[in-house]
Design a protein around this ligand. Sequence first.
Ligand code: GP0
Length: 833
Amino acid sequence: VEASIPEGLHEAWRKHSATEFTTKDEFAKEFVRHIETTLARSLYNCDELAAYSGTALAFRDRLIIEWNRTQQRQTFTDQKRVYYLSLEFLMGRALDNAMLNVGMKDVARDGLADLGLRIEDAITQEHDAALGNGGLGRLAACFLDSMATLNYPAWGYGLRYRYGIFKQEIVNGYQMEIPDYWLDNNPWEFPRHDITVDIQFYGHVAKYQDENGKVCNSWEAGETVQAVAYDVPIPGYGTKTTNNLRLWSSKASSGEFDFQKFNAGDYESAVADQQIAETISAVLYPNDNLERGKELRLKQQYFWCAASLYDIVRRFKKTRRAWSEFPDQVAIQLNDTHPTLAIIELQRILIDLEGLEWEEAWRIVTGTFGYTNHTVLPEALEKWSVPLMQNLLPRHLQIIYDVNLFFLQSVEKRFPKDREMLSRVSVIEESHPKMVRMAHIAIIGSHKVNGVAELHSDLIKTTIFKDFVKIYGPDRFTNVTNGITPRRWLHQANPSLSALIAEKLGGYGFLTDLTLLDKLEAYVDDKIFRQEWSDIKAKNKLRLAKLIKDLTGYSVNPNSLFDVQVKRIHEYKRQQLNIFGVIHRYLSLKAMTPEQRKKVVPRVSIFGGKAAPGYWMAKSIIYLINSVAAVVNKDEEIGDLLKVIFIEDYNVSKAEIICPASDLSEHISTAGTEASGTSNMKFVLNGGLIIGTCDGANIEITREIGEQNIFLFGNLAEDVEDLRHRHFYGDFQLDPLLKRVFDAIKAGTFGDPGSFASLLSSIEEHGDYYLVSDDFNSYITTHDMVDKEFQNQEEWLAKSITSVARMGFFSMDRVTNEYADSIWNIEPLDIED
Ligand code: GP0
């Protein structure tokens, strides 16, 4: 029985329940109270950081009140819940989002203004919560916003890293990594010191007989670490639902062991144990689309899966239902294979701890899980070495072997004598050392596997998971094309555009039904509307120009075409193609007469993104961009005609300034490599056009907005394999335009050519795996078209408006509803006001 207030006294309690502010004065009162008490400050030392904290604390109170009510409501209605397991949640800032979602930003603005404070100054004090690398982590954050907005009973589960993704500084053109300690002054998390789970590692498996003589397995721990819950409230937009993101932090288990050491005078070793325990949640691994098999990473994965499952199972057990009903009450979505151990852990709980039979347990497990795949790149597919797993998680490895055995037996039955097939689909790769293929467990242990864009979902079915389609039939595999939340990526990032749209559409309904944007098409020819549209873009470009000036010292002409590529730096995303294109442009400009130059459309090529610290090729691409910038930007002959900018430390808050300011953005991955992409959607929703390959969601964006509104180029996915094959056998010729670029680099135009030698040779000599040379000519020609079309501003504007009007499909709300219907089988909660 949990401690609670006796039934008869509930009224007495409710009289004192926390209430929410509604007016600017009530807000200001809360604000001042927090400054004077929670923060122990006064009107004599209320700086911008205090103004942020005071505002955040006032809103945090609101959120937690609604959070409490939401949890009570969800417990009361006792519906099926969904749990989103993700090792990354790239949340960005919370305050502005909270104010907009609860509809109180104006109230706060006015309340602060009465005290002589500017809301913008408070908002920008906040440190980004950057618990993610890129698209995968941001997708998780968009999910949370959408699930709350649509009133789904949903929880996120992740790790509370002490250090998020590193901060990037550019020093002499090179990337430097600075640790991101983000937890000071973070008012958004609620530590739950009463919610802890002991997680075990290492040790051995003991066999014993239960009272009925059945042989059972017991995992005897070698080490125990404690997981402590930290809760982050997630407010929906325009609803009372405030869901929970629960992040686990690791801590030395408060068992006797430590105290014994401590008492024995072995103080240092007791402290060392504690530090070892705390390293589990210390740092986010900074790799995007790459797995490196480090033991600490596996520890993180198990720690988080085990703590989350313990929590989920405990919640289920409170309802006193039969185990068979578990999948009717619980859906768990795996964001990539990182949480795959949750499948094995649930099976272990059911058979080892709850005494279920294998078959029944496995039915429950597969009924519960869904798995989302985010990539086909082989280097990103997770594999763990068997010896490592044996040492860290001995019981789990046994269960994995059993899962594999039963699976292979069933395959053997249906495809007798196909030994090749058995070895291809086996969970264990017969290499040295043997490896556990996590994606195979995720497929076998889930009832649905989905890709994140149509092309990607087709590709997984015909390439990496082809055999599984044969085994399970096509129904286990499905597509849910990614989306983005229009709350953050339109309303918050681009308030002027959002307001203009609201004015035309008669309200902000489009923020919760993005398909309403289609009504904008009626205004494409409206002169005044067009002017307002283009004024907003101009204003957003000025805002970005100021950011660029502050960060780099370079002044850019806001009337230039802003050409943007911001995303993680990766060879497959081909920032190298972009910078080679920039060099081509520079060389062409240099060769022109002053008369010819007068006809040129001025450009600013803007780059941003982090390279994984160990990814040398990506780092040399950053160095090349900065080296080109150093030469081009000070070339007086060129002046405004071309500027090259690298924005350091690209993150969610910077994206909110960059996306609304682009004229053209680049989504130029080698066809078949970018699973979906989501920034492509953000840029188009903000009225920018895109240049891109036929890859990922670019294809569906084209289908929605029309091919005349997008600049597509390059080889198609179906031709990539053949081209690579030909390169491999020596059939390769460097594109002549690209050769001119390479010659300039080799001649030292951008500094010591030695710095770029391996980048060039990966293309010239080592097979050009990403087809930079094959696509170069068509890339350049397409950019020439962009220049031409940009000169016709009226046409460009029409494309911009039309595209936005047709972006309704890419709302995260559509995505969430599709998962709910086709994977989770879950209904939103009905809440009356
Ligand atoms: C995919 F495998 N993605 C991975 C990974 O390790 N990290 C990551 O961010 C991305 C894809 O590259 C994506 O195409 C996709 O849209 C996103 O996951 C969400 O599905 C790039 O944005």
